[in-house]
Design a protein around this ligand. Structure first.
Ligand code: CUA
Length: 190
């Protein structure tokens, strides 16, 4: 291209503004392309990887291996002093049927379903989980007072739904810790 004879002429202004316009059109196009790439990446990423807080448990093999085998159900005292409670809901009961927990202790409930959607609700508390087969439902809890609470299934799960309920027994922290010395997994099922 040849140099413009008159750099301050009216043509130069028009050309410059056109150049600026083209420049911004390119920037806008690049931005749009970037957004599309980001959206596609996010979608593919989410579809291929489970989200970090979603935990799965195969309902067909719960009783065979993994954390929900029968000998691992109940309340476990962890090395850090907290308690992990593992339980299963199935038509039409909970295992264990009576869950034993201590007062004044951080507790984590980890519950799953062996067949269909059930509910896990502890009366008088904010604990209310949906148990979906294939997934582990987890919730932190803490109990200040001794006592018994009911644990009814609150999702309709079939003809026996009304009769599906368990119990929670909250006992003194020191007593719980004494019991945990001899028994790896505690419950109050007699
Ligand atoms: Cu289980 Cu309703």
């Amino acid at each position: 291209m040849t140099e413009q004879v008159n750099p301050a002429g009216p043509d130069d202004g028009a050309e410059r503004s056109e150049r600026v316009e083209r420049h911004w059109a390119a920037v806008a196009t690049a931005l749009m392309a970037l957004l599309v790439v980001m959206a596609v990446f996010a979608g593919v990423h989410q579809a291929t990887l489970p989200q970090s807080h979603v935990e799965t448990a195969d309902p067909r093999t719960l009783h065979l291996h993994g954390e929900f085998i029968e000998s691992n159900l109940g309340s476990a005292l962890e090395p850090d002093g907290s308690v992990t409670v593992r339980a299963i809901g199935q038509q039409y009961s909970f295992t264990p049927q009576c869950i034993l927990v201590p007062t004044d202790t951080p507790i984590t409930f980890r519950v799953t379903s062996a067949d269909m959607v059930h509910g896990f609700l502890i009366t008088g508390t904010a604990i209310n989980l949906m148990l979906v087969p294939g997934y582990i439902s987890s919730i932190p809890a803490r109990f200040d007072k001794l006592g018994d609470r009911h644990m009814p299934c609150q999702e309709f799960c079939g003809l026996g739904h009304e009769g599906m309920w368990g119990r929670i027994k909250i006992i003194d922290k020191a007593t719980f810790q004494r019991m945990a010395v001899d028994t790896r997994r505690l419950s109050c099922v007699q």
